[in-house]
Design a protein around this ligand. Structure first.
Ligand code: HEC
Ligand code: HEC
Length: 355
């Protein structure tokens, strides 16, 4: 919290407490002078005022709340949080740290995670006959915490990726385990359905994960890496380089490559011009046969499965302005165990489709 808001709250809470305390001291000190009949001499519409002590129960509650308030000041960070951190601690990363709502949340998340990991290793992996995965996971965790401490170290990332790939055979086992599938499905709905749809069939710009057409490859190791590290599709804009007529020609050729499912009347001259442009500019990524490349996520252009739409306008737009679809990374958000379950789920979706 900012200095201003911390001070604001400190003044409000501590100031309020001190104010009430002050009023209390003041009223205890200043006893009113009483008349002979024990009234204060005040008269309101003929009703006279006594000066009787307050009821006990009321005083007990009053002092109780003041002590309670003071207790909170001592237990929790209350006075300009960096000045007084409170005596309450929570455990984060195995260390006792002063209580803050963020630390408390982290602590509970970690406790929850430990239960999940234990259950994952002892039940889910075991039942799927994949308990050896724990060895790989332990090594992976180790590498990842080293990497966390040494973010510049690209060599470590290569080792991590190699280690992630070693999880592939276990993911394949999980992919045919009904219990693991159920958890994978729930994780998918919570984290992935937003973009890929609850049935994983995707939408414009978000790939369908149930077909057998892959940007980055559909083997367990490729899916694992996609989810772990995320992916960024990168297709440059060609308008500058090819000019508008070049863009249109290239699009015409791409439409022909895909089998021209829209039954447009294709302009043969443009198709021929586009073919030349394609061979000069596009094959590096999309391949000489235009079937794409899983290494960089360049889509197959011959299969009439479109990430960004396959009508003439959409194809021209893809080429004219380029495309850059972003799949977020999940390693830091979900951890290796959940990613294994998700990869297994995604893998099973396309396997079912293939049968
Ligand atoms: C913010 C939106 C978003 C979310 C959330 C998201 N994805 Fe993606 N995902 C994408 C995009 C966009 C791509 C395509 C990237 C590209 O165009 O290169 C993609 C690609 C993929 C691919 C590669 C598909 C292929 O054909 O190779 C897989 C697998 C995948 N996502 C799985 C997941 C899983 C599992 C989750 C949940 C943990 C998830 N995604 C969450 C946007 C998202
Ligand atoms: C640097 C590599 C690269 C080059 C060169 C390249 N592309 Fe692409 N292209 C990609 C990638 C990667 C994507 C997917 C982008 C994404 O996922 O966001 C893509 C997407 C496309 C799409 C959209 C496909 C769909 O399914 O919606 C079309 C069409 C396309 N490229 C045509 C071309 C043409 C025509 C050229 C040559 C003028 C070309 N590309 C050159 C990498 C490249």
């Amino acid at each position: 919290m900012s200095f201003f808001w911390s001070s604001w709250i400190t003044i409000l809470s501590l100031g309020c407490w001190l104010f009430i305390f002050g009023v209390l001291v003041w009223t205890l000190r200043s006893r009113p002078v009483l008349e002979e009949d024990e009234t204060t001499g005040h008269s309101y519409d003929g009703i006279q005022e006594y000066d009787k002590p307050l009821p006990k129960w009321w005083l007990v509650i009053f002092f109780g709340t003041m002590i309670w308030g003071l207790g909170y000041f001592i237990l929790f960070p209350s006075i300009q949080p960096n000045t007084w951190k409170g005596v309450t601690t929570v455990e984060v990363d195995g260390e006792s740290v002063p209580w803050t709502s963020a630390n408390e949340l982290n602590s509970q998340l970690q406790a929850n995670n430990r239960v999940f990991t234990e259950n994952f290793e002892q039940n889910i992996l075991e039942n799927a006959g994949a308990s050896e995965a724990t060895v790989v996971l332990a090594k992976l965790n180790n590498l990842q915490s080293q990497r966390k401490a040494d973010e510049e170290n690209a060599e470590l990332q290569t080792q991590i990726d190699e280690q992630v790939k070693l999880l592939a055979p276990y993911v394949d086992k999980l992919a045919s385990d009904p219990e693991a599938q159920k958890i994978g499905n729930r994780l998918f709905l919570q984290n992935c359905a937003l973009c890929h749809g609850s049935n994983a069939r995707g939408a414009l710009g978000y790939p369908d994960l149930t077909d057998n057409d892959w940007l980055y490859g559909g083997n367990a190791d490729q899916i694992l890496l996609t989810i772990h590290n995320g992916r960024v599709g990168s297709m440059a804009a060609w308008q500058q380089q090819l000019g508008e007529s070049g863009v249109r020609a290239a699009a015409e050729y791409v439409l022909q490559l895909s089998g021209n499912q829209n039954d447009y009347e294709l302009d043969a001259a443009k198709v021929a011009q586009g073919k030349v442009l394609f061979e000069a500019n596009c094959v590096v990524c999309h391949g000489p046969d235009a079937k794409g490349s899983t290494a960089i996520g360049a889509p197959n252009l011959t299969d009439d499965i479109w990430l960004f739409g396959g009508d003439r306008d959409a194809v021209q737009t893809s080429i004219r302005h380029g495309r850059a679809g972003v799949m977020p990374e999940w390693q830091t958000k979900l951890g290796n165990e959940r990613i294994m379950l998700l990869a297994a789920y995604v893998r099973s979706l396309s396997q079912t489709a293939a049968e």
